[in-house]
Design a protein. Structure first.
Length: 273
């Protein structure tokens, strides 16, 4: 049964400062961005929180801007905005490739990068790109700002280091040297949750991240080291197999995910050589 909306409260902050004050003084509040994940829970009747904070009108969280070598992407940037941004297309083609595979146009118009990060699904399609590109998550509360590497952001299945009084305000992307690569394997081309999703950067020190093969998105540190050390593809595939921990679920089996991960690693290596 759907969650009854009559029991829910939605607070409408006037600014980011106001939103952070509400989180501090009126919490606990659940932030709402594009609501594409939250609506699914609403529809399934599993939405447990009753008090919400609507971020959608906070345009200051929507900016995509360069600051020196850093590209700062506001948490409210939608997939459509990422796809259409010339600076994102130029600097982060893998993120654009990921954004294009997320949902369909309706979801791309509403779904936000911050929502994908905060939702913390190991199948979140933007996450391997952020991990492979060494993104930094910018968290802000009424008392200050802190920056957390995306590789340290997740502590377990849908668990993060974010505190209840904090919001993700932006993601900072350093300049990525090397060729970026992204591939998602799902049941069909659109509106499919990933069975396996992988992103890589091919450089002297290759970088690799995989989603849907463990409780959180995985940075394949050992596979990277093997590739950097000149290991054969077969050897690197063996190392990758030891780094991932896929499970059987309704979308796929662990065995299939292991085979697809090995195949994607081969594709990454061949297509970026
Ligand atoms: C039909 C459909 C298809 C989909 N397809 C895909 C897909 O292919 N790939 C994929 O990865 N995802 C997919 N999704 C999931 C979803 O669209 C994405 O995860 C999206 O990025 C969520 O963003 P949002 O702004 O809608 O988040 P919301 O639903 O608004 O929020 C999601 C969670 O993040 C929290 N949150 C949001 N913004 C912030 C913030 N700034 N600070 C702190 N917490 C915050 C919320 O409290 C909530 O817990 C799909 C969803 C649907 C309904």
């Amino acid at each position: 049964m759907r969650t009854a909306v009559s029991d829910l409260t939605l607070l409408e902050p006037r600014s980011l400062k106001h939103a952070l004050a509400l989180l501090r003084d009126e919490g606990p509040l659940t932030p709402v961005a594009g609501c594409t994940d939250l609506y699914v829970s609403l529809n399934f009747g599993t939405l447990s929180a009753t008090r919400y904070l609507n971020l959608w009108s906070l345009d200051e969280l929507r900016r995509i801007e360069r600051r020196g070598h850093i590209l700062s992407i506001g948490a409210l940037a939608t997939y459509t905005e990422l796809i259409e941004s010339s600076v994102v297309r130029r600097r982060l083609p893998a993120l654009v490739a990921a954004a294009k595979t997320i949902g369909g146009p309706q979801i791309q118009n509403r779904g936000t990068l911050g929502g994908n990060i905060a939702n913390g699904s190991p199948a979140g399609d933007s996450l391997p790109v952020l991990v492979a590109c060494d993104a930094v998550v910018v968290l802000r509360s009424a008392v200050g700002t802190r920056r957390v590497s995306v590789t340290s952001f997740y502590t377990g299945y849908r668990q993060t280091v974010m505190r209840p009084d904090e919001l993700i305000v932006a993601v900072e992307m350093p300049q990525v040297k090397g060729r970026q690569w992204f591939r998602k394997v799902g049941t069909r081309a659109a509106q499919a949750i990933s069975k396996v999703v992988m992103a890589g950067v091919r450089s002297e020190r290759p970088r690799l991240a995989v989603g849907s093969v463990g409780p959180t998105v995985i940075r394949a540190w050992n596979t990277e080291a093997a590739l950097a050390g000149g290991a054969s593809l077969v050897e690197a595939q063996r190392v990758l197999d030891s780094e991932i921990a896929p499970i059987d679920d309704l979308r796929s089996t662990a065995d299939y995910r292991r085979r697809v991960s090995a195949n994607l690693l081969a594709r990454f290596w061949e297509e970026t050589s």
